[in-house]
Design a protein around this ligand. Structure first.
Ligand code: ATP
Ligand code: MG
Length: 221
């Protein structure tokens, strides 16, 4: 489903964010991406979302080199991806309900279906009672839960999650992890960036380790 083929990403001042990255992920896999700050985790997720394109090499998703997707087709490509951004990217002038509903509103889904789905994810993420608040009135962890609910609500075939439990207490983290495991069992492919060593050990999944823009290991723990 995903293939990075000799991918390089070099920012100004010759900062090599990624250097000759090669890996493949099959449909339905659950893969962790780890490594210290600045290792290149977010850069990899951004390339997959076509937020950015490689300076050299190719990123393939479903056998398509995604650098070639036209601006017109980009929203359709992204429709199958749920992205939990490291900085959440919530709309601060909209309520929790509206933030979570957004991907379904964009695709002109029926209102009753949207209401039911949003309520389902409000319950699953433990945001009951916060529906009418704007993100200004939420804690860091609550904002993260809104970002997670918004990423899951379309039932995407690929979820890219950038440190999605970084702001959550232990109990909430495990509730959220259960959500990832459930959708993964149903066939959703997951690429999950985290620093959390305890999580990596407990989950016992494939881990791609990065350091200074290079893959230093790729194995199941
Ligand atoms: N837009 C940008 N412009 C210039 N340099 C960038 C940009 N984005 C990332 N970088 C650089 O690329 C490198 C990798 O950054 P990236 O955000 O991918 O790391 P990360 O592994 O996600 O780190 P963290 O764990 O802190 O989130 C860093 O050295 C960073 O300074
Ligand atoms: Mg990052």
């Amino acid at each position: 489903m995903i293939k990075f083929n000799h991918v390089f990403k070099i920012y100004e001042k010759n900062i090599k964010a990624l250097e000759d990255i090669n890996f493949s992920i099959s449909k339905g896999e659950f893969v962790f991406l780890t490594g210290p700050s600045g290792a290149g985790k977010t850069t990899i997720l951004n390339l997959l979302y076509r937020e950015d394109i490689p300076d050299m090499g190719s990123v393939f998703v479903n056998n398509e080199d995604i650098s070639h997707i036209s601006d017109r087709k980009l929203p359709f490509y992204r429709r199958n991806i749920g992205f939990v951004f490291q900085d959440f990217k919530l709309l601060f002038d909209r309520t929790v309900f509206d933030n979570i509903a957004l991907p379904l509103v964009i695709t002109k889904t029926e209102k009753k279906f949207i209401k039911n789905k949003v309520e389902e994810y409000i319950n699953k993420t433990g945001l009951c009672g916060k529906e009418k608040l704007t993100p200004w009135h939420l804690s860091g962890g609550e904002k993260q839960k809104v970002a997670i609910a918004r990423a899951f609500i379309t039932n995407p075939s690929l979820i890219l999650a950038d440190e999605p439990t970084g702001n959550l207490d232990d109990e909430s983290s495990w509730e959220i992890i259960k959500m990832f495991e459930e959708v993964n069992k149903e066939g959703t492919t997951i690429l999950f960036a985290t620093h959390n060593k305890e999580l990596l050990q407990k989950m016992n999944k494939r881990v791609i380790r990065l350091n200074k823009g290079k893959v230093i290991s790729d194995e199941s723990i």
